[in-house]
Design a protein around this ligand. Structure first.
Ligand code: ADE
Ligand code: ZN
Length: 321
């Protein structure tokens, strides 16, 4: 019997790993007034009606990150949790624009994250990739400026992503940003088809030349697109617990993951914003295993798809397989 590959996390927002305890502690340390009375009060707000209702809380809470060590600490705490859950490779996204646009110097936010990622393999046995995500509801020119600044200053990161409010912000707006990334050999992913239509998945492929899609659920509304995703083996980094909490699906039992597998789509399971949605990648896998009666063969496919979709070289891929 073949052994299963280890857990690979491909869809994780670092700011989405801020646990309520961390948020309240950092707010106290940095003298920031948050509207929550306690950890329990904050946790009681984790009821979302859609993506925007979650983003409002997520963006409010990142205000507690001020110093370089806050950014490092966020990443250390994530790595510790990931290691405990069996993760051996993590490709993490940073919403850098959120921090620079509220006055945090680039070196503080980026440098703090980099400090922690640089010791991830040695301390936690986890190889990492860093993806800088741009916010689709902020001006594309701001994203292009930030990307150019990162490139000019020699910042070490591996790829770019596109996230935040999706409806009415088509990927087409970010064609130039992705072209800059492509010219500089950066890897490319984008959120598409979470709340936005299947057409946004097409645009991400045709205009942004992404190598994988974050979410992609609404691709299922377009048969020709499903056939294309299967034919071109486009990886979809799906987040089941997120989809339930943000009402992309009504209940976990109705999650389309098995349907996607049966179509032959290259889906894998990840966590998105685990502190907000009730589960890290290991817990997402347990949730679908239980609720969707995933077979051992399907689970192996999910794990292997994640390894195949990772932005790693052939040697690391072979080790992970
Ligand atoms: N930013 C953090 N989590 C996100 C999600 N699930 N969709 C879009 N943007 C996000
Ligand atoms: Zn996401």
């Amino acid at each position: 019997m073949s052994t299963l590959p280890p857990l690979v996390e491909l869809h994780l927002h670092l700011e989405g790993t801020l646990e309520p305890e961390f948020i309240m502690r950092a707010a106290r340390k940095n003298g920031i007034d948050l509207p929550w009375a306690s950890v329990e009060d904050l946790r009681s707000r984790y009821e979302f009606s859609d993506l925007q209702s979650f983003l409002d809380l997520y963006y409010a809470n990142v205000s507690v990150l001020r110093e370089r060590e806050d950014f490092s600490q966020m990443v250390y705490e994530y790595l510790r949790r990931a290691q405990a859950g069996g993760v051996r490779h993590a490709e993490v996204s940073l919403d850098l624009q959120v921090h620079t646009s509220r006055g945090v110097p680039l070196e503080v936010a980026f440098g703090g994250v980099r400090d922690a990622l640089d010791v991830a393999e040695e301390r936690y046995g986890i190889t990492t990739r860093l993806i800088i995500s741009f916010l689709r509801d902020r001006p594309p020119a701001e994203a292009a400026d930030l990307l150019r600044r990162l490139i000019v200053t020699g910042a070490r990161f591996d790829g770019i992503g596109l996230d935040s409010a999706e409806a009415d912000y088509p990927p087409a707006l970010f064609t130039e940003v992705y072209e800059i990334a492509r010219q500089h050999g950066l890897r490319r992913t984008a959120h598409a088809g979470e709340e936005g239509p299947a057409e946004y998945v097409r645009q991400a492929l045709d205009l942004l030349h992404v190598e994988r899609i974050d979410h992609g659920n609404r691709s299922l509304e377009d048969d020709a697109l499903v056939q294309r995703l299967v034919r071109e083996r486009v990886p979809l980094a799906v987040c089941p617990l997120s989809n339930v909490r943000l009402r992309v699906v009504d209940v976990i039992e109705e999650h389309p993951l098995v349907r996607m597998l049966e179509h032959g789509m290259q889906v894998s399971v990840h966590s998105d914003d685990p502190a907000y949605f009730g589960g890290y990648v290991d817990e997402n896998l347990v949730a679908v295993r239980d609720a969707l009666a995933i077979t051992p063969a399907q689970e192996e496919t999910l794990l292997r798809n994640a390894v195949d979709a990772a932005f790693v070289d052939a040697d690391r891929r072979a080790e992970l397989h």
